[in-house]
Ligand binder design. Sequence first.
Ligand code: WT7
Length: 652
Amino acid sequence: MTAERQGDAFENLLHEERRFPPSEAFAANAVAQPSLYDEAREQGTEFWARQARELLTWDQDFTETLDWSDAPFAKWFVGGTVNAAYNALDRHVEAGLGDRVAIHFEGEPGDTRTITYAELTREVKKAANAFESLGVAKGDRVAVYLPMIPEAVVTMLACARIGAVHSVVFGGFSADALRSRIDDAEAKLVVTSDGTYRRGKPSPLKPAVDGALEKEGHTVTSVVVVRRNNEPVEWTEGRDTWWHDVVDGAPEEHVAVAHDSEHPLFILYTSGTTGKPKGILHTTGGYLTQTAFTHRNTFDLRPETDVFWCTADIGWVTGHSYVTYAPLVNGATQLMYEGTPDTPHQGRWWELIEKYRVSILYTAPTAIRTFMKWGRDIPQKYDLSSIRVLGSVGEPINPEAWMWYREVIGGGQAPIVDTWWQTETGAHMIAPMPGVTATKPGSAQVAVPGIAVDVVDEMGVSVPDGSGGYLVIREPWPAMLRGIWGDPQRFKDTYWSRFDDMYFAGDGAKKDSDGDIWLLGRVDDVMNISGHRLSTTEIESALVSHPSVAEAAVVGASDETTGEAVVAFVILRGSAKDDDDIVTTLRNHVGKEIGPIAKPRNILVVPELPKTRSGKIMRRLLKDVAEGREVGDATTLSDPTIMQQIAVSLRK
Ligand code: WT7
């Protein structure tokens, strides 16, 4: 988005006068009290040391809270040792909470499993033993390509227990995308399933793993396959093992050895501004501290009584932090659902909330907008009175969706916490505290206690209230990424070179007259499609890898439901024909190269692309076309008639 357009969007938001303070009763009993902000301010990094000791059980206490001497490479809780799986599991069982439900699982076809902390601990120990029997050791990488089933959580925690580094790849990514992630991380083991269920039908996963490993030259020695949908699968003897063969009979005892606080916990790939996805690296102590802290405070968590439901897939960071790690570290009960919201009917989510008495719901604006479209009479058929806190994540939430969420889902009562953060930040960074902040529809508002965010201008100078600029983080934070896997230089270049001594998030933001922060979307070539990050360059590379395409430019155009949608402009090679077939072919090609989520909504065949004299594509102009607006200032184009040529060709 250009600064100018962001400004316009912001002017509209500025007319937002509504304020929703927490009820007196909520405020009085809230987990996070106003004093939390004071403590954070007064104590500096020691605030986090206190949180780390309160929220986690350390095997060996740390001796230094933060070592920033090798900035931007941080070390948190230096000298401490801790095991993530022990903190998520064993210690709760040792404390007598073994019978508490950890996961209520609901499969798409309606099959259910209730898994207590004692049972989950046993499963994870068995899986850890099984993975070790396959040769996985501390530091090895394990690729995880699984649907939303309990084995996904078990696999991640079993890796953490051993000290193996998991790299979860979203099940919607293609075989090629999976392969490049396996190669980059040099994974030894892949854990997958025969498939899952999607919209009432079995949907395969294993073929993508087979496809990914088809060509020689990879590092994978074993593939463990969970049986989920009973569909027939291809089998590679010597490489493939069924989960039930290797895990079910594995020994039930497994000692969780504590790892260094800075031991790598996981790698998660995310799109950057260049073609190649970045392997974001997170480590143990700091990540667990901040995810547990935010989960407790942002959601006002009461582990004894709440039923928490984060609807994100474990393929994204939200699923890592707020499905696998924080809820279990905090000893909470959560719901896990495998399927889509419209199967077998559009009331499925609300039916689940009623059935399990879900009290905290955490989801994305794109889902909320979809439900709005389906109509309020659907959720209104269900008893949603158990809900007491609502969370939003992934993209700016428009005030209309915010109000609908509050009224229709939250009964006009439940506070909404709009949480801004990123794969890189690991945990919430900007969010209201539900018992403290008077919320504003559409704004994430304030930094989490202990976090230093700011909005700065081009020169890196803090902007006054009422102005906009770039979102930065001024101080290191516990759950920050520790680097990009195998590419320290790219880590520095991407996040730490735009401004001196500040982390550049890639988002535009404004401070309103109260100093509250409004997020305005990415300022780089990263798109946000249904809360998922995709890079324009990555999709352009996929398009030009097709023999019919000479050149391609991709923009994110605003979309009522998905926030942004992928719109591609392509120039065909001389011999290729411009017809419906080529559009379908190219959409499928992108699906194969990256995954179905990256398929462009529209592909427009054009004679030329608008470029500056230095050859840079002017995406701003293409965005105007994609959004059906009058085209903006085109005077810096090398050939100013190009936009007319494009308009003419599109009218045809
Ligand atoms: C980008 C990070 C955080 C987990 C899901 C996405 C956008 C995220 C918000 C929000 C406005 C948001 C930003 C950010 N974003 N949350 N509450 N309000 N924008 O993680 O894939 O790493 O994407 O998502 O643009 O940079 P991600």
